[in-house]
Design a binder for this molecule. Structure first.
Ligand code: AHG
Ligand code: MN
Ligand code: MN
Length: 323
């Protein structure tokens, strides 16, 4: 089986980017080990602090963030990082050529139930002009990413990665510590009978989203003429992994509760990297108002609505807006 390094070379990734990705993944392997220790290492449960977004931090949120921050700052490749768990941009090496954004632990409420969690990341070039702690350089549309991916800490530790030449999935071989290419060039089926949404929020959605979901629930007897199945992992990383493996549509739609939070998911740390992976696998990723990758961020912790997955199903969902 092909190793990560050789696939990245095949895809034409520059040496420094390959070294950066491998450094980041060394951090993820450490997170994978800490996660697997669970209660034995005392890493489960909450801290007493909140992140900048008002969410109570789990111990593993803080540990994972620290691991990635340390390894990336010390690598020399990185000018600055932005993280879901950091209030502000963190400056690293002033001569670094890359910026890295990450959600160190996605789905962290799942730590308590030994269920799926992961790390999501994206990499862009660092502009020459930027000071290491200047957040404005992170305010680039997702189309500027040079790499994005996630590491899923499940029964196997798996990596989905794109550098813009397709989406490849690797499995961590813990006997030698390397990621091996187990699912090359994944393609998401264009049609699906599977959807993911937290339906407990239904009353807060826009009418078009309510009627789209009602039509899915109506099954064979409804306008869609087929029976759908519903899945919800409560970790985007787990839901998107399922979509990359067998298709589906995942939604965290516009929610009218708080105009300051038009969606739950974060553009830089969640929506953009998943959109890049999905598009490279032949799927679509939209906010409901346009392509996620073309959103011009206004601040690093910005949230956006997310509709992502199998091409035809996302298109159908979007068509309800104009009905
Ligand atoms: P995080 O753990 O990084 O805060 O992200 C959780 C996100 C996302 O992964 C998941 O799809 C969603 O929140 C789950 O939301 P619900 O609480 O509505 O299930
Ligand atoms: Mn998350
Ligand atoms: Mn998180």
């Amino acid at each position: 089986m092909k190793r990560l390094n050789s696939q990245l070379q095949n895809d034409g990734a520059p040496l420094e980017l390959i070294l950066l990705i491998r450094t980041l993944l060394a951090g993820c392997k450490e997170i994978s080990f800490r996660v697997s220790q669970g209660a034995l290492a005392g890493v489960l449960g909450s801290t007493l602090s909140e992140n900048v977004q008002g969410e109570t931090q789990k111990k593993l949120d803080v540990i994972s963030n620290q691991i990635l921050k340390d390894i990336l700052s010390e690598s020399g490749y990185v000018k600055a990082i932005s993280s879901e768990e950091e209030d502000d941009v963190v400056g690293c090496n002033p001569d670094g050529n890359y910026l890295v954004s990450f959600d160190p632990l996605d789905g962290s409420s799942n730590t308590e139930i030994n269920s799926l969690i992961g790390t999501i990341f994206s990499i862009t070039h660092a502009p020459q002009w930027m000071e290491p702690n200047d957040p404005s350089a992170f305010l680039q549309p997702g189309t500027q990413m040079v790499a994005a991916g996630y590491v899923l800490y499940g029964p196997s530790t798996m990596l989905a990665l794109t550098t813009g030449r397709g989406t490849h999935i690797y499995t961590l071989d813990k006997t030698h510590g390397g990621f091996l290419l187990t699912h090359p060039n994944v393609k998401v089926p264009e049609q699906t009978k599977e959807f993911s949404i937290n339906a407990s929020n239904q009353r807060h959605w826009e009418p078009s989203m309510q009627s789209y979901i009602n039509d899915l629930l109506a099954g064979e007897e409804g306008p869609r003429g087929k029976n759908y199945n519903m899945r919800w992992v409560a970790a985007m990383v787990g839901d998107i992994h399922r979509l990359l493996c067998r298709g589906g549509i995942f939604m965290y739609p516009y929610d009218k509760r708080d105009p300051a939070k038009p969606g739950k998911l974060r553009l830089l740390y969640e929506a953009n990297p998943m959109a890049f992976l999905m598009e490279q696998a032949g799927g679509l990723a939209d906010t409901g108002d346009g392509r996620i990758l073309e959103v011009m961020p206004t601040e690093i912790h910005q949230r956006v609505p997310v509709l992502i997955g199998s091409k035809e199903e996302v298109e159908t969902c979007l068509s309800y807006k104009s009905k």
